[in-house]
Design a protein. Structure first.
Length: 373
């Protein structure tokens, strides 16, 4: 396997020149068969370097947005690029540096507004860095997660951003042995050495539950997400720790397991509404399930928050319009940071080190107004 530092041979440069000419239907610097006009030579990175009075390496570092170029030099090179109308060719860059300039993104459900926003962040930052993104969704099924990763590897992507179930640890272990660039996002697989971009789900769930306790609630239920994910496990743990620290009894019948979908939120809330007495508040593992819980409460002729208070998790766009109190995650920023971390790892030829934990915030709205005193 070629290393990231490998440079092309003269033969490879020649092969690329012929390929470039074939794709564009002409030979650079040669006379067109149907014209007497001499075709112009394509502007190269060497032309930019010569015009700017810098090295080819410096121009390359400016194009790849590397930090170790002075502001003055960067502005000078960018001005020459603009003046000469230079546009880096992705195919050329890939051939020269032996990369596809493509990364993969494996997420559970693009229909989930949380992951849709994360994906936007990944794609936005990747595009800024000159990379394309291939998306795969898995519904959190371990077999589909493995198939998605195998597919992306067969497409020769340069690296992958993943959000996986805990059962996919063995897949990550195999990639680690190959030193393949991977960054985890939102869901950290226990035991994996790959860097993760996430939030502290235990602390955030603790904050949400403590907030409901301070609102006067003592019979607080919890609708979990998919318990095959670390995020759901940690949010359940935060809920339990808050009850314990505030001297409230843990009632197992008030914990019901969803799967992060709106449909599971409806079903889980239906189950809780069959309990006697009713819980006065519910901490829901994500906003989609909270929307389902709202729907179920309304069908029973009850009102939020008068009869049942709700707190969600994610702060998706619909949360504001439905006045849902929730935990805000920096979704777009999470995606951007994951892409930056992965691409930096790819270009340095070194694995990303350590997890990056982003801050969350409780957003208070009408769904949790204090009614229990």
């Amino acid at each position: 396997m070629a290393t990231y530092e490998d440079k092309p041979t003269l033969t490879e440069f020649g092969a690329f020149s012929k390929l470039y000419a074939k794709v564009n239907g002409k030979l650079a610097g040669k006379v067109n068969a149907n014209s007497k006009v001499r075709m112009p030579l394509a502007i190269t990175i060497r032309d930019i370097a010569k015009k700017a009075g810098v090295s080819v390496t410096t121009v390359s570092r400016v194009l790849n947005n590397k930090p170790d170029v002075s502001k003055k030099t960067r502005e000078k090179v960018l001005q020459v690029i603009a003046d000469m109308g230079y546009s880096p060719n992705a195919m050329a860059r890939g051939l020269i540096w032996r990369k596809t300039l493509t990364i993969g993104l494996v997420i559970p459900d693009i229909g989930n507004p949380f992951f849709a926003e994360v994906a936007k962040g990944v794609e936005h930052r990747a595009r800024e860095r000159g990379y394309s993104v291939i998306f795969c969704t898995t519904d959190s099924e371990p077999q589909r997660e493995q198939e998605a990763i195998e597919l992306l590897c067969s497409k020769q992507v340069d690296g992958i951003i993943v959000s996986l179930s805990v059962e996919s640890r063995s897949v990550l272990e195999r990639l680690e042995k190959q030193r393949f660039p991977v960054v985890q996002i939102d869901r950290k697989v226990p035991g994996s050495n790959y860097s993760a971009i996430a939030v502290d789900n235990v602390a955030s769930a603790y904050t949400a539950t403590k907030y409901l306790i301070r609102q006067g609630h003592s019979r607080i239920a919890h609708i979990t997400g998919d318990m095959n994910t670390k995020t759901a496990q940690d949010r359940l743990l935060g809920y339990k720790e808050a009850l314990s620290d505030w001297g409230l009894r843990l009632e197992h019948q008030l914990i019901v397991h969803g799967d992060f979908s709106k449909g599971s939120g409806i079903l889980c809330m239906e189950e809780l509404l069959s309990r006697t007495p009713l819980p006065s508040a519910v901490f829901v593992g994500n906003d989609l399930m909270a929307l389902g819980a709202m729907e179920a409460i309304g069908k029973h002729g009850l009102r939020v928050p008068d009869d049942v208070a709700l707190v969600g998790y994610d702060n998706i766009d619909l949360a504001a319009s439905l006045q849902l109190t929730t935990i805000m995650q920096p979704k777009f920023e999470m995606g951007q940071l994951a892409a930056t971390t992965l691409i930096t790892s790819i270009e340095k030829g070194e694995p990303a080190v350590g997890d990056i934990i982003l801050d969350t915030m409780l957003i208070e709205r009408k769904s949790s107004a204090a009614t229990v005193l």
